[in-house]
Design a protein around this ligand. Structure first.
Ligand code: GLN
Length: 278
């Protein structure tokens, strides 16, 4: 069977759509592009090995493996991040934190220090550093395998000189404080875990998702450490589960923080709390 790149995209999209996958066209394109690399033309036909690889990719997708894991990377903040089974797949709503952190850091007269708690693929930290050429930052994760992925992303983005990745249980063991503290902790409650889409439930790390019974355990942990981690001019940028925005903020208010504002994601949900030291 000979098929053009264009034809393959349309066919795969149709297969995925028939399987109930929403972003079928986009995913079809990503899967075909991953096997044909940077082909200048969409009219050329797929080589046999490319067609075989594409079939395997489509089979995997039909078993609900996320496209990001099949192709090995995901775009976030217009940058390509490598992802594996050890890292949460970067989600567009998390770009809200990057946007808020950049807006805040505009007010600084000199370079800022950045901390990313539970860095995973490194997407939050590296996106901020990619926009602010004098800043340096640290990414912490409890999972060494995830840190290796974050390090490889720093390397791919040319940010190894300005970023450092360390194992740790949130901020335990960190001696410095930082101007920008980012965190997208696990915040899925036990009840919600049972409802996750198969893509997330089967293929994404529980360690990066499960927030305990009420989904707030990691925030409790971070709240107890946060004051000493944030500089007086700095702020904490926390990703939120929208229905628990207030409950989450209250945990930090009880530990000496003040809510500066909430920021919504593109779907209009409260996704980020910007908190400063009182
Ligand atoms: N927003 C994620 C989801 O898809 C949860 C991410 C997290 O727990 N930090 O459910």
């Amino acid at each position: 069977m000979t098929e053009t790149i264009q034809g393959a995209i349309a066919r795969v999209a149709q297969t995925l759509r028939a399987a109930g996958i929403d972003a079928a066209r986009l995913e079809g394109r990503l899967l075909v592009e991953a096997v044909t690399e940077a082909s200048p033309s969409r009219d050329r036909t797929l080589a046999m090995e490319e067609a075989q690889r594409l079939n395997e990719f489509v089979e995997r997708r039909l078993r609900r493996e996320p496209v990001a894991l099949i192709v090995g990377e995901r775009e976030f903040w217009s940058l390509a991040f490598r992802v594996t089974l050890d890292t949460l797949v970067p989600r567009p709503e998390s770009e809200t934190l990057v946007q808020e952190a950049l807006a805040w850091a505009k007010g600084f007269e000199n370079a800022a220090s950045v901390l990313d708690l539970g860095t995973g693929s490194g997407c939050l930290l590296l996106s901020v550093l990619s926009e602010r050429r004098d800043d340096r930052g640290v990414g912490v994760d409890i999972n060494r395998e995830a840190l290796a992925v974050a390090e490889s992303n720093a390397h791919r983005l040319g940010l190894t000189e300005r970023s450092r990745f360390v194992t740790g249980d949130w901020g335990t063991g960190l001696m410095e404080s930082f101007d920008v503290v980012l965190a997208n902790p696990p915040y899925v409650s036990d009840d919600e875990l049972a409802e996750l889409m198969p893509e997330v439930a089967r293929y994404e790390p529980r360690l990066a998702l499960a927030g305990g019974m009420d989904g707030l355990d990691p925030y409790r942990h971070i709240a107890r450490q946060a004051r000493r981690l944030v500089t007086p001019r700095g702020a904490l940028f926390l990703e939120l589960s929208p229905p628990r925005a207030e409950a989450t903020t209250a945990l930090f208010e009880a530990e000496g923080f003040r809510l500066d504002h909430y920021a919504n994601d593109l779907a209009g949900h409260r996704r980020c709390a910007v908190l400063t030291r009182r």
